[in-house]
Design a protein around this ligand. Structure first.
Ligand code: LLP
Length: 403
């Protein structure tokens, strides 16, 4: 049991709290699901990029899936070895590609023919052969929220099968490209196995047709996407997930690479916020808290559900309430019509499943400093990011102030 009251008193609110032991358990469950086959779990740094979190996974042997050179640098800083770092994303700049090649990471996930051309050119300038993988868009409906669906031709990600094949042939004939992997990622918060299996079948078939052309790939990169329980979702068990993927790889001796983010961190995280006021607008009840959409954007952006627990002495019955923050937007809410008892000034609300895409999607909107972050490990708490001060927020502007 985490003592949120004590933590709020010690570190202030709003506050992110991460249970590192939970992250360990999730990592180990997934890793062992692939037992018997070579595999790399490459933690998707975007889910929660705090250096201490990335380091925690590094210590367990995790790799890193990065989508910017900033994330690549974080992975290195956290101690993840170059040979376990991959770099994905539809829009890598020349500078990012150059640095990734110079740092000799495991591979770059290429997402278009044009990008392959840039990678080849930059590798040539550096006198190197860049290891690459190609992100295939298998045109599969992952049956998740449209904003986090990525494996349909309507989405900007990856290339279709025909293009991928052409790109592999080109890469195989180039002195400056070394095709080592194949990648797909059809979406996030996936709760159905079948779309993943279908995508894996399509991609494995492509691997076989490339083998027939003497193009041998080593890494079968299945992306991330494993869903978690926010409310009452039926989720995919890691063992079933692994079996579904492995069943498509008969005859192929490839290392599995998988890029989980949410699965590893979401339910390890809590966002703790303090009640400021209750108010009533006509029939409508509101509770105003000190956290806001700039801290945790998911409810505003995706209408996402997060379970909320009120730490209060009141014993009265719950009534529906909108939980809102101080930001000047009607979209600044954590929940609508959520059943909570009457609340008092300084009561705490604990917003759950906030360890993935929480702090990382935060902003300084309304000149609000970002929350502090705290880790809990073996029953001990420690600060892993300071609360942002006003001085932090203005630091990059101040020197340009004119008299
Ligand atoms: N690999 C790639 C190429 C990805 O694009 C993503 C997530 C992952 C791995 C990790 O996916 P995960 O295992 O976490 O599902 N902000 C949204 C989620 C965006 C996911 C973007 N890509 C949310 O809050 O639900």
């Amino acid at each position: 049991m985490i003592d949120f009251k004590a933590l709020a008193q010690k570190y202030g609110t709003p506050l992110y709290v991460y249970d590192f032991d939970y992250m360990t358990a999730q990592y180990e469950e997934l890793k062992s699901a692939f037992r018997g086959r070579k595999s790399i779990i490459a933690y998707a740094v975007k889910a929660n990029s705090n250096l201490s979190v990335v380091k925690h996974f590094a210590k367990m042997g995790s790799g890193a899936d990065c989508v910017s050179i900033g994330e690549v640098r974080r992975a290195f800083l956290a101690g993840i070895p170059a040979y376990k770092i991959i770099f994905s994303g539809v829009g890598k700049s020349d500078d990012e590609i150059r640095e990734a090649i110079e740092r000799d990471i495991l591979y770059i996930n290429v997402e278009s023919e044009a990008e392959l051309g840039r990678v080849e050119l930059i590798a040539k300038e550096l006198g190197k052969a860049a290891r690459i993988s190609i992100r295939v868009n298998p045109n599969i409906d992952p049956k998740t929220h449209p904003y986090i669906s990525t494996g349909l031709h309507d989405n900007k990600f990856g290339v279709d099968l025909g293009t991928a094949k052409r790109m592999y042939i080109k890469a195989n004939n180039s002195e400056n490209l070394d095709p080592v992997g194949i990648h797909f990622h059809i979406g996030s918060q996936l709760t159905e196995l079948e779309p993943i299996r279908e995508a894996a079948v399509i991609v494995a078939d492509l691997v076989r047709s490339l083998e027939a052309l003497d193009i041998e790939l080593k890494f079968f990169d299945v992306g991330g996407g494993l869903g978690i329980k926010y409310k009452d979702e039926e989720t995919i068990k890691p063992y079933d997930y692994a079996q579904a993927i492995l069943s498509t790889l008969t005859g192929l001796d490839m290392t599995i690479l998988c890029e989980p983010g949410r699965f590893l961190t979401a339910n390890a995280g809590y966002f703790v916020t303090k009640v400021l006021y209750e108010k009533q607008n006509g029939e409508k009840r509101f509770v105003v808290v000190d956290g806001a959409m700039n801290d945790l954007l998911r409810p505003s952006l995706y209408n996402a559900y997060h379970e909320i627990e009120a730490l209060t002495q009141t014993q009265e019955e719950t009534r529906p309430v909108d939980i809102v923050g101080p930001v000047c937007e009607s979209g600044d809410f954590f929940a609508k019509d959520y059943p909570l008892p009457p609340l008092n000034h300084n009561d705490l609300l604990v917003i759950k499943s906030a360890g993935a895409y929480g702090f990382g999607m935060g902003s300084n909107y309304n000149t609000r400093g970002r929350a502090a972050e705290v880790a809990i490990e073996n029953g001990k708490d420690r600060l892993i990011r300071k609360r942002e001060s006003f001085d932090d927020l203005i630091a990059l502007e101040q020197e340009f102030l004119e008299d």
